[in-house]
Design a protein around this ligand. Structure first.
Ligand code: UDP
Length: 491
């Protein structure tokens, strides 16, 4: 039986920002691994998340949705809260701890597959599910962690957690990561809130201590990134953990699949409305402004940005959300948060899109010159795939480190314009940086050149034809070969 079928198990943490990259990976594997006999991809999650996916998933022959038993209320969580989207921030750590209760059902599921002659070729699990590596090692199943974050971003994040709390020295405003010198220096303003507040005994520290130490049981890490510009972070994991690292990106959802996986997303502008507006603009003239699926600006920062956009004289397309402290998915009147008369004065050269825009299509449009972004890794890959340079305003998680990678030698196609939600941001400084990036300045020209270079690197990494096979294509093959060798040895 085993020779006639191939089963890959994928298992994201219960958060939209994790489920979506895993779904992109599952669909990518389905399209790239057709040569494997009777490929099935078992997509594991908790009942509510699986139910949502059932109602929205694109047709797929290989994907099987399987639920593991989990009741949020057993863990002191609201009854319908087995996704971070339904949780207030302080309860996210509780969901992380609660997720370790999936260990028993996960192990039973694998044992059932093995007993039924359907031993998985591999398990690919979330960065928050280190314990799955330990279970797989015990059962002799090949295991990989999948990171939707950049190699560099994850390396900084990992190094900060495993070296806690070395940076908490008096006056440690800027410091080096002890085991990641290439990543240093880090400024205290780049620390994500969870790390800033970590003291080794809080819920996040306790969770990460056991989670990250279990990574050593994994066979390696799959990254949604490109070796050519993210090599430093990838080398860190090879050296630090002694595991394989497979950069297989960019793995991105198509606009169609993306819409089907975000059914509750309030409708913003249609792709047609945005492209029709962009069609009226000259090539490489528009600044696209958006901060991902979860982030939004503070009310004062919104005012400063609006003033900067107005005084820049540039065309812009801005995805506007209610500011921090308000439900970002709720109906709202954008004008209430913008300078008096802003929409009238910028009519024609500015398009405000409320809450959600068809980003993949916008970034692929020839009228877009630059992207003001929170440096979420999917947004970065979407921009660089189209050769669009970036203005960085990182806000959370590893976005701060992505901004460093993008601005520095690794990519060189970004100018950081602001950082986080708490600092002071001035419209005039923003306007100057917009001009530096979009105007005929030396820096602007260099950023555009580097963005085109990154696009070319991405295209060659994905090349898969008789003449050449790119690094991401080879990395996926190497991953599958390693899993197959492990399977053959275990027989
Ligand atoms: N996105 C979109 N329209 C929006 C905002 C976001 O299509 O108005 C998509 C974007 O294209 C990207 C994802 O949502 O694929 C955001 O992922 P990213 O890693 O950039 O940031 P996150 O939302 O996880 O912080």
């Amino acid at each position: 039986m085993e020779e006639d079928q191939t089963n890959i198990v994928v298992f994201p943490f219960m958060a939209q920002g994790h489920i979506i990259p895993f779904l992109a990976l599952a669909l990518h594997l389905e399209s790239k691994l057709r040569r494997l006999p009777n490929l099935t991809i078992t997509f594991l999650n908790t009942p509510l998340n699986i139910a949502k996916l059932h109602s929205s998933l694109p047709p797929s022959t290989a994907l099987r949705l399987v639920e593991l038993p989990f009741r949020p209320s057993d863990h002191g969580l609201p009854p319908d809260a087995d996704n971070t989207n339904a949780l207030p921030y302080p309860l996210v750590a509780r969901l992380l701890h609660a997720s370790t209760s999936l260990r028993g059902p996960f192990r039973d599921l694998l044992l059932g597959l093995v007993a039924g002659g359907r031993k998985p070729l591999c398990v690919i699990a979330d960065i928050f599910f280190g314990w799955t590596a330990t279970v797989c090692r015990e059962l002799g199943i090949f295991h990989a962690v999948f990171s939707g974050a950049s190699g560099f971003g994850l390396a900084c994040y990992y190094s900060l957690w495993v070296n806690l709390p070395h940076w908490k020295k008096p006056d440690a405003v800027e410091f080096s990561l002890p085991d990641f010198q290439e990543g240093s220096p880090v400024h205290v303003s780049q620390l994500p809130l969870t790390i800033l507040e970590a003291d080794g005994t809080d819920e996040w520290s306790v969770f990460q201590a056991s989670n990250l130490s279990a990574w050593a049981d994994s066979n390696g890490i799959l990254f949604n990134t490109v070796a050519e510009f993210d090599g430093v972070g990838l080398s860190y994991f090879r050296r630090k953990l002694g595991v394989e690292v497979w950069p297989v990106g960019p793995v991105l959802l198509s606009e169609k699949n993306r819409r089907s996986t975000t059914p509750s997303r309030p409708d913003g502008a249609s792709p047609e409305q945005c492209t029709a507006w962009l069609d009226t603009k000259p090539p490489k003239s528009v600044l696209y402004v958006s901060f991902g699926s979860m982030n939004t600006l503070t009310a004062p920062h919104m005012m400063e940005l609006a003033t900067a956009l107005e005084s820049s004289g540039r065309d812009f397309l801005w995805v506007v959300r209610p500011p921090v402290g308000h439900d970002i998915n709720a109906e709202f009147d954008a004008g209430a948060w913008l300078p008096e008369g802003f929409e009238r004065r910028t009519a024609g050269r500015g398009l405000l899109v409320e809450r959600w825009a068809p980003q993949a299509e916008i970034l692929a449009h020839g009228a877009v010159a630059a992207f003001l972004t929170h440096c979420g890794w999917n947004s970065v890959l979407e921009a660089l795939s189209n050769g669009v340079p970036l203005l960085g305003w990182p806000m959370a998680a590893e976005q701060f480190f992505n901004a460093s990678l993008l601005e520095g030698g690794g990519v060189g196609a970004c100018l950081e314009v602001a950082r986080g939600r708490s600092g002071e941001v001035r419209a005039e400084a923003l306007r100057e940086k917009i001009e530096t990036a979009m105007g005929e300045t030396e820096r602007g020209r260099e950023m555009r050149r580097r963005a085109r270079e990154a696009r070319d690197m991405i295209q060659s990494a994905l090349r898969d034809d008789a003449a050449a096979r790119g690094s991401s294509v080879r990395a996926l093959d190497e991953f599958i070969d390693a899993a197959m060798s492990a399977m053959a040895e275990s027989r």
